[in-house]
Write a protein of this length. Structure first.
Length: 451
């Protein structure tokens, strides 16, 4: 017996898969249409919850969850994000019916053959390819949020930046975009002084878009495949930016005052209260390991006497982070002050917080030299700046990890608090602490030299 959508005489299949993406439990559903040795993929537009309900071995491709691997549908009466199983299954049924009717129309109708890939896509897609331009397709991609509007604001911002770069590079880009054009884009980034890290990040975003455009039938090139190889020098084992404990205390004991910008400063005046809010929010990250996105979304209802309980914005992980005297003191400071949407802390936008955090750390004299090494094309640059100049909110999370390891807290416990998936992610931090210990051992040598 053959599965639905399978025809023995011409071997075409229509299947629906919940595709694995790293460690994510919410998987995107993809329709795969295979005929004449050609595989065509379409995103269904929904994600399904594949969180295991029973222990799973690494080798298990099918396991107990809300997705039925054999029926290729959501299990009845389950929910997936904000969507019921019936909504998702109806969309799957409709897509299967449409794909089947096209194949049957060609094979069992007057044509007596299978359609070509372009014929199938033209039939399946209700939009004529000639009406879709490179940039209108990019807008469609961004407006759809990739799959089911699941992007964070940060991802939208990255694609908007990419779109601006592409328009500056060539406002008349078309889907004739080939590997030569892609290499020319890389040269444009280098010529305009973009770091290799930025160039690589944007090339990955471009590939993401072109993969989607290929699945939609808009793009027939191969820039999104392994055929386009990007070789850019990069800094390996780059130094992690975090605050030493004495710097944390330096900031803890600093009393912010109104900031009056200098003449060449792009910032306007910043009130003492605003800087105090930035200080408290950043220090809360230093004492909890929260990402900015989770700090911004933190509600009073997620806080108990002993812990903060959150579902992370980035990965969807459920975390319980135990409070300490420092983090509890910051929460207590604001417990009787009402904020919009039941927010626990007075968090501003990430961009403003990063700008104001630099001002705050400058005034608090967080001046430890930091050498930033980077490449633009094949040229290496080494720029030494004070730490306040390159500080950002993510340094708070890193500070928490380094501080915890320095206090000899079990790395596995720290991972439970931060949501890091494996010990490999902790190794850069463990290396920092090991180097600290070696430096401390050198103090004995100094004592010996004084004998």
């Amino acid at each position: 017996m053959y599965p639905k959508g399978y025809y023995m005489d011409n071997k075409w299949t229509i299947s629906f898969l919940a595709e694995k993406e790293g460690e994510r439990h919410d998987r995107k559903v993809v329709m795969r249409v295979l005929f004449s040795g050609t595989l065509i993929r379409y995103l269904v537009g929904y994600r399904v919850d594949c969180t295991p309900t029973k222990p799973v071995k690494d080798s298990d491709k099918k396991f107990e969850c809300r997705w039925d691997w054999d029926k290729q549908r959501c299990k009845a009466n389950t929910t997936h994000g904000k969507y019921k199983a019936s909504v998702i299954n109806n969309k799957i049924d409709a897509m299967e019916k449409k794909a089947s009717s096209i194949l049957e129309q060609y094979y069992f109708g007057t044509e007596k053959r299978l359609p070509t890939v372009n014929e199938f896509r033209n039939e399946y897609e209700d939009v004529k390819q000639k009406d879709v331009t490179f940039f209108s397709a990019l807008d469609e991609f961004m407006n759809s949020g990739g799959e089911n509007e699941s992007w964070s604001k940060a991802v939208y911002n990255k694609f908007h930046a990419l779109k601006n770069h592409l328009k500056r590079y060539n406002p008349k880009l078309t889907f004739e975009f080939n590997i030569d054009d892609a290499n020319a884009l890389i040269r444009w980034y280098i010529k305009n002084g973009y770091r290799n890290t930025t160039t690589k990040k944007n090339s990955d975003l471009l590939k993401w878009f072109l993969r989607w455009a290929s699945e939609k039938g808009y793009y027939t090139g191969n820039v999104h495949t392994k055929a386009w190889k990007i070789k850019l020098k990069k800094v390996t084992n780059k130094e992690i930016i975090y605050l030493e404990w004495d710097e944390v205390m330096q900031l803890w004991n600093f009393t912010p005052y109104k900031y009056e910008p200098e003449e060449e400063d792009e910032l306007t005046a910043i009130g003492a209260e605003t800087l105090q809010h930035v200080k408290d929010c950043f220090l809360f990250q230093c004492f909890t390991g929260l990402r900015f996105s989770d700090l911004k979304d933190l509600k009073r209802s997620q806080i108990t006497d002993d812990a903060v309980k959150i579902v992370t914005q980035k990965t969807g992980d459920s975390l319980i982070i135990n409070l300490n005297e420092f983090s509890r003191a910051i929460l207590d400071k604001y417990k009787d002050i009402p904020f919009k949407n039941d927010a626990a802390l007075p968090v501003i936008s990430n961009q403003k917080m990063n700008d104001y955090l630099k001002v705050l750390c400058k005034e608090a004299e967080i001046n430890t030299p930091y050498t930033d090494t980077y490449f633009i094309g094949g040229n290496r640059y080494d720029v030494t700046v004070p730490k306040w100049e390159i500080i950002s909110t993510h340094a708070g999370r890193r500070t928490f990890v380094v501080t915890g390891l320095t206090l000899e807290i079990d790395p596995l416990t720290i991972m439970q608090w931060t949501g890091h998936k494996n010990i490999e992610a902790m190794k850069p931090y463990m290396k920092i602490v090991d180097e600290k210990k070696k430096a401390g051992a050198g103090k004995f040598d100094e004592l010996f030299s004084e004998i």
